[in-house]
Design a protein around this ligand. Structure first.
Ligand SMILES: Cc1cc2nc3c(=O)[nH]c(=O)nc-3n(C[C@H](O)[C@H](O)[C@H](O)COP(=O)(O)OP(=O)(O)OC[C@H]3O[C@@H](n4cnc5c(N)ncnc54)[C@H](O)[C@@H]3O)c2cc1C
Length: 546
């Protein structure tokens, strides 16, 4: 591959929309990267000379008829082939960064310690939690059918077997999606060891000093253990140990009421543990609107979870092989006792003892790394990505940022990180899925909005399944009629998310959403019905409403 970057000076652009149009014309095979600026009347394009010529690129713009290339110059890049990137961390951000760096001809040293290679997601996060959540769902469904005349049954008979299967899955995915990906990679070296930054371009690991041109810090985060008297002295579990239990605890206290806590709590409850969720705030998921958290609370409580909010924790202790949490709730001292306690009260960054302070990398008050829009830290040669930034702690964001950081280090085309329309999911049942703003955030941003809320009892798919838990909420900008956000509480609600995320990202109007065919008896009909609900009373519509 012979890559080259050129700058095209272009006449005729009047607004950002023109820049977007030109980027679309340049969306062809052979063009690897592009950045068009209407303010600077130019496009920067990186392309593969074996696949496309600069004349062809010029023609792509001129053929629009509206824009004209008036000059082309080559942007000389330092030969990235001679560059050496040190990546500290071996999780998802690190692997996305590695792949991008190799595609750009950069030599890589990846240093990982703590968790096995692959980091949080595959070893102790997404993969183990989601497969165990599915196992728990199977047990729950076996016991709780929705149809009369069908005998339900089935139960958890061998917890250790379920855990063993989970371990096998983790091992397989770690091998296939991480270890094998870099196994035969040229100019790639992986070291197991604790990295310590010793200068702005070098690290020390296992008493070896490694010099590079840049450092990418992708060390992730670990469970945050709150400062509650006695907690550190009891054998508490967290996401790194809870998924490894060999036998199912009879009872569990889950400390925390955000997404990781709730997913774990429902999972163990469905498998058969008696679960109590203890949350400091007045509500679970306190960052979300009340209707959402109240309804989820009801569904979880109906399944038998004990959810206690508004805790002022006093002390945690171990008593006769049980854990006791003493807490003041509504002014009264309460004692909660269980066989195990799982701490899921947030994440703390892996930035300690890394040497960041020695070279002047700025951290925020919680210890997460501060970066600019290009993911560059306060030290120009050091970039950071993923959970260590503490912002959007999802694996697909970590991968996006890892790739973007590398591209910004070595490409002449620098791109800002963009989190518009970032979709997210909480894997409880019903799931919570969200994108864009909710009504509280829209109010804060002084947007003239309105809301359409559609209970699932109006969605034919849910009616047919006899499971109408939840609702779909769409939020639109009244001035533009465009969707600005959505919150979905529904069984498998995450599968609805990308339609609304696409609408939010690309400014699709409620009218356009309504005009789309949505197959009858799919859950996605709910999106159309909710869109119709902005202007019509859904109760009065016939089947396949339009
Ligand atoms: C229980 C749970 C469930 C989750 N479920 C989901 C989900 O369903 N969907 C989703 O999108 N996200 C989920 N996440 C979040 C997701 O796992 C993370 O956002 C993602 O894995 C972060 O990737 P990363 O590369 O930034 O960090 P990590 O994957 O944590 O990788 C960092 C690596 O660096 C190592 N390291 C730390 N310090 C050093 C050092 N000094 N030297 C060398 N190595 C070091 C660490 O041990 C680790 O191996 C979940 C997280 C948890 C905890």
């Amino acid at each position: 591959m012979k890559t080259k970057t050129i700058q095209l000076n272009i006449k005729g652009m009047t607004c950002d929309h023109c820049a977007t149009s030109i980027e679309k014309y340049l969306d062809v095979n052979g063009i690897m990267d592009k950045n068009v600026s209407h303010k600077e009347s130019r496009a920067k394009v990186t392309f593969d000379e074996d696949k496309i010529s600069r004349d062809k690129i010029e023609k792509l713009v001129n053929e629009s008829g509206q824009y004209k290339v008036i000059g082309i110059s080559e942007i000389k890049t330092n030969s990235v082939n001679k560059k050496h990137l040190i990546i500290i961390g071996g999780g998802s951000a690190a692997f996305a960064a590695t792949i991008q760096a190799r595609e750009m001809g950069v030599k890589i040293t990846m240093v990982n310690d703590g968790l096995p290679i692959g980091g949080t997601c595959v070893n102790v996060g997404c993969v183990p939690s989601k497969t165990l959540i599915r196992a728990a769902e199977e047990v729950h469904r076996a016991k709780n059918g929705h149809f009369k005349g069908i005998e339900t049954g089935g139960q958890l008979s061998n917890f250790a077997k379920v855990i063993e299967q989970k371990k096998e899955m983790v091992q397989t995915l770690r091998q296939e999606k991480y270890i094998n990906v870099v196994k035969d990679m040229d100019d790639f070296r992986q070291i197991n060891g604790r990295a310590n930054i010793v200068s702005t371009t070098s690290i020390k690991v296992n008493s070896e000093t490694i010099r590079g041109d840049n450092i990418l810090v992708v060390t992730g985060a670990r469970p945050h253990i709150p400062n509650i008297k006695g907690l550190a002295d009891v054998p508490y579990l967290d996401n790194e140990s809870a998924f490894e239990l060999e036998s199912l605890p009879k009872s569990i206290i889950v400390l925390g009421g955000r997404y990781i806590a709730l997913e774990i709590a429902q999972m163990f409850s469905r498998l058969g543990s008696k679960v109590t969720v203890l949350q400091r705030s007045d509500r679970i998921l306190p960052a979300e609107a009340e209707d959402l958290t109240n309804e989820l609370t009801n569904h979880l409580e109906n399944e038998g979870l004990n959810i206690v909010t508004g805790n002022q924790f006093q002390q945690v202790s171990e008593q006769n092989d049980n854990i006791m949490v003493e807490s003041i709730v509504n002014g009264k001292l309460q004692r909660f006792k269980s066989e195990k306690i799982i701490v899921a009260t947030g994440r703390t960054p892996n930035t300690n003892n890394l040497g960041l302070d020695k070279v002047g990398v700025k951290l925020n008050d919680k210890g997460f790394i501060e970066v600019n829009d290009y993911l560059q830290s306060s030290v120009s040669s050091i970039y950071a990505a993923g959970d260590v930034l503490g912002k959007n702690m999802f694996v697909y964001v970590a991968a996006y940022e890892g790739k973007l950081a590398v591209s910004n280090i070595y490409s002449p085309i620098k791109k800002k990180s963009d989190y518009t329309a970032l979709p997210w999911v909480i894997f409880t049942d019903p799931q919570i899925a969200g994108v864009g703003l909710d009504e509280v955030q829209a109010t804060e941003q002084k947007i003239d909005y309105d809301v359409s809320v559609l209970p699932l009892s109006y969605v034919p798919r849910s009616i047919a399944a006899r499971d109408t838990r939840g609702f779909i909420k769409l939020i639109r900008n009244k001035q533009t009629n465009q969707l600005i956000g959505a919150r979905i509480l529904a069984p498998e609600g995450s599968e609805l998310l990308m339609e609304v995320a696409t609408a939010v990202k690309f400014g699709i109007t409620v009218e356009q959403l309504k005009e789309m065919f949505h197959p009858y008896l799919t859950l996605s009909e709910g999106i159309k019905l909710a869109a119709i609900g902005f202007n019509k009373n859904i109760k009065e519509l016939s089947c396949c409403a339009t």
